[in-house]
Write a protein that binds this ligand. Structure first.
Ligand SMILES: C=C1C[C@]23C[C@@]1(O)CC[C@H]2[C@@]12CC[C@H](O)[C@@](C)(C(=O)O1)[C@H]2[C@@H]3C(=O)O
Ligand SMILES: O=C(O)CCC(=O)C(=O)O
Ligand SMILES: [Fe+2]
Length: 337
């Protein structure tokens, strides 16, 4: 652990805590216990020796960089992101902004192939790079979710991964680019307060699990408690795994949906690029605490809801809102459980 230092943005505390690193090639019973502990402690951990072939990542990185290097007019042919496509600075529909540009996809291969026509002059190449990466992420997410099922000792260990393998799954995929030249007002002023601007504002991911990979430019931070930010150093060979709101609800609050953000450090000469896969159930999937997670000492925290209901709510809210609170069970629900 390193001494805390003030954050240049809002005088928040930044602390370099060592975050859990999980070697997926280690012995299975050990791996599943470490994953459960990391999900309880931080809702966040890094996986190494994950088995995702490097060429799948490299192909997508190359295709993405060539898209983001295009002129704004060319990029805007793929927009606006309502809800999918190219977006620049605006995030969602309720006025959130960040120093970021991005491509947001639904992970259905047909929809990716269709959208790729507005993104690339070689749409087949682009779409196969995106779909290949998504397939690899889906396999990795399901492997981690099966380990979680085993680590929690629930009778049906595929209870989480089955939702993601379902043909109707509603998973998302996002390519984020944090170009330093977006910070026009910061040029020639390295001491200015905007040397670190918010790229993607603080939020919780709403889904089950997120797998995040970035190039070698840092910026990702998690907030294990109010006012404290912990940097998650970049490691292009690994993936950061985030617990999302739905997994917090299904584990009845045993796992924590991690609050996080990405800074755009304008002093970098290189831009940050990240790839985020959001493992998501079908719209009609019922999200309810697993019976094994509910006890008289730990009554049901949230009412049951579908992902479709949750998704409608989240699109009407701001990025930083904590939506799960709106689904809290009433005392009567708790007594009935
Ligand atoms: C402001 C918003 C953007 C977001 C939808 C929302 O209304 C609230 C949640 C946001 C978020 C955060 C995690 C993911 O990046 C994302 C794709 C998601 O599922 O929820 C984004 C949404 C988005 O950019 O559309
Ligand atoms: O780009 C990053 O490192 C984080 C992005 C993120 O949190 C998101 O896309 O939901
Ligand atoms: Fe996120």
């Amino acid at each position: 652990m390193v001494a805390a230092s003030p954050n240049p943005i809002h005088n928040e505390k930044i602390e370099a805590i060592e975050l859990p690193i999980i070697d997926l090639s280690a012995e299975r019973s050990q791996v599943r216990n470490l994953i459960v502990k990391a999900c309880e402690d931080y809702g966040f951990f890094k996986v190494i020796n994950h088995g995702v072939p490097q060429d799948i990542v490299a192909k997508l990185e190359e295709q993405s960089l060539s898209f983001f290097a295009k002129t704004m007019a060319e990029k805007q042919r793929a927009g606006p992101a309502i809800p999918f496509g190219y977006g620049c600075k605006t995030i969602g529909f309720t006025g959130d902004m960040g120093e970021v540009e991005y491509l947001l996809f639904n992970t259905n291969p047909i929809s990716i192939a269709q959208r790729s026509k507005t993104i690339s002059n070689e749409p087949t190449k682009f779409s196969s790079a995106v779909s290949g990466y998504i397939e690899a992420m889906k396999d990795l997410a399901c492997e981690i979710l099966d380990l979680i099922g085993e680590g929690l000792w629930v009778p049906d260990t595929s209870v989480f991964s089955r939702m993601i393998r379902d043909v109707e799954n509603d998973s998302f995929f996002r390519l984020n680019h944090y170009p330093h030249h977006l910070n026009k007002d910061c040029t020639n002023n390295i001491n200015s307060s905007c040397s670190s601007k918010v790229g993607f504002g603080e939020h919780n991911d709403p889904q089950i699990l997120t797998l995040l990979r970035s190039n070698d430019v840092g910026g990702l931070q998690i907030s294990p408690q109010d006012g404290l930010w912990v940097p998650a150093p970049s490691d292009p060979t690994a993936f950061w795994v985030n617990v999302g709101d739905l997994l917090q609800a299904m584990t009845n609050g045993r796992f924590v949906s991690v609050r996080h953000r990405a800074l755009n450090n304008s002093s970098n000469s290189k831009s940050r690029m990240s790839m985020a896969y959001f493992a998501t159930p079908p719209l009609n999937a019922c999200i309810n605490a697993l019976p094994e997670m509910v006890t008289p000492e730990k009554p049901r925290l949230y009412k049951p809801f579908t992902w479709g209901e949750y998704k409608n709510t989240l699109y009407s809210l701001r990025l930083g809102d904590t939506r799960l609170n709106l689904f809290k069970a009433s005392t009567n629900d708790e007594l009935a459980s």
